[in-house]
Design a protein around this ligand. Sequence first.
Ligand code: CA2
Length: 144
Amino acid sequence: MKILILNGPNLNLLGKRDPDTYGPETLEKIRMNIDAAFPDVELVWFQSNHEGELIDQIQQAQQNGFHGIVANWGGYTHTSVAIRDALEAVDLPKVEVHLSNIHAREEFRETSITGKVMNGIITGFGSNSYILGIQAVKLMTNKD
Ligand code: CA2
């Protein structure tokens, strides 16, 4: 089983700033811990600060043989109609994850434009949100 894990803008700064909100770990450390937690799943990680690069990944996910997508869209969660439109065209399990609880922060984070076309959203569990997201994709498929 192969899952694409997409990470949007500024998530490359994790561990370098704002640990009170997003935790102390870098994205690379999160990736290493989560890869180790799912030895039976091929996890392919991609981070970009560019909307179009994320959209390219979404559009290619099915032809690249992925069985599901777990994504933290970063700030694009609250702004990107283009990512939402790309997601609508993809017939794969799709789970949105957030490190922080987007409902417990500023009002502008309350709305997830992308989340409306995902199967569900996991928000507020730190890096465990990724673990829960991967488990949710696994539950939605019959694949090992
Ligand atoms: O809680 C999350 O995972 C977010 O997706 C993180 C985004 C934020 O815009 C969303 O509302 C919630 C921010 C990405 C990380 O930004 C950083 C900025 C400075 C230092 C470290 C990370």
